[in-house]
Ligand binder design. Structure first.
Ligand SMILES: Cc1cc2nc3c(=O)[nH]c(=O)nc-3n(C[C@H](O)[C@H](O)[C@H](O)COP(=O)(O)OP(=O)(O)OC[C@H]3O[C@@H](n4cnc5c(N)ncnc54)[C@H](O)[C@@H]3O)c2cc1C
Length: 247
């Protein structure tokens, strides 16, 4: 996020430095294989990196849905997004390598006395189910190798909302560390505090953030006014919703 935010802010005209994150002429390795990694690949490429590769710890997704991933579930299949397409157009090769685990960062001290990354020690991995059916990571013997890089970007997953406000307000959270609300509601465990968006439903998409914001506003309106004329989920509500106890 630090890298993507800096690139966007610079592009928007903010006069901020790269603080060592400038991708230009660098050999870049991105750890992770999700949408954030795609954005990091695309951004590095567009800003003139020397090379960019992405290592994903999971195996290559199948071309077609597997039997255990039927419709209407989201299809877990191999996808080629804009960031990958742009690299393929330039180099003829997809930047992603699957089933790779990173063991170690290799570092050196530069002339300014700052510790810098120079490469990674990686190993190929396989996934097997143990006797209880849980997935287990197995390192493939003899596959350890080092790869050089000048910048390594971590794009390995959403860690949940920042804790500061949650702790200061003593808000209850769900098992994934998001702010807890009743199902389809936006009020939190603390009276007069509402929550909406990624911090409530977890990492998601803008198409969810928009209705979350609207529906939270509707619930706040109802809470304050006793009724609301704001649109409910799925369309326009023509008649006011009467609050319990109201005429
Ligand atoms: C790299 C990346 C790429 C993505 N690409 C896409 C995409 O292509 N399409 C898509 O649909 N979705 C994408 N998403 C997801 C999308 O950005 C989110 O689902 C959406 O922004 C969530 O909206 P939100 O309003 O809940 O939270 P945010 O957009 O994260 O807004 C929360 C705001 O609250 C501010 N904030 C945090 N703490 C405080 C505080 N204590 N006080 C005041 N303000 C605070 C933050 O600075 C931030 O501005 C992407 C996400 C990431 C990380």
């Amino acid at each position: 996020m630090e890298f993507l935010e800096k690139s966007q802010r610079r592009r928007a005209g903010d006069e901020i430095g790269w603080d060592g994150l400038d991708p230009k002429d660098k050999r870049i390795i991105i750890l992770g294989g999700g949408d954030t990694a795609t954005d990091c690949i695309g951004t590095s490429n567009r800003l003139g990196c020397k090379s960019v590769r992405a290592f994903e710890i999971l195996p290559t997704p199948p071309e077609k849905r597997k039997a255990e991933n039927p419709w209407p579930e989201w299809p877990l299949i191999f996808r080629v997004d804009y960031g990958h397409e742009e690299i393929v157009a330039k180099t003829g090769q997809d930047p992603r390598t699957y089933s790779i685990s990173t063991k170690k960062f290799l570092t050196a001290t530069n002339s300014a006395g700052i510790k810098i990354v120079t490469g990674l020690e990686i190993v190929e991995v396989e996934w097997e189910k143990d006797e209880k059916g849980a997935w287990k990571l197995i390192e493939k013997e003899g596959t350890k190798q080092t790869v050089e890089c000048d910048l390594c970007i971590l794009a390995m997953g959403f860690l949940g909302p920042e804790k500061t406000i949650i702790e200061q307000l003593s808000l209850k959270t769900d098992p994934r560390s998001n702010i807890l609300t009743p199902k389809d509601k936006y009020d939190t465990s603390v009276a007069k505090i509402f929550s909406a968006g990624d911090c409530r439903r977890g990492q998601s998409l803008v198409v969810w953030a928009i209705p979350e914001g609207r529906q939270a506003a509707r619930q706040v309106d109802e809470y304050l006014m006793g009724k609301t004329t704001l649109a409910g989920p799925g369309g326009i509500v023509t008649a006011p919703i009467l609050h319990k106890g109201c005429c």
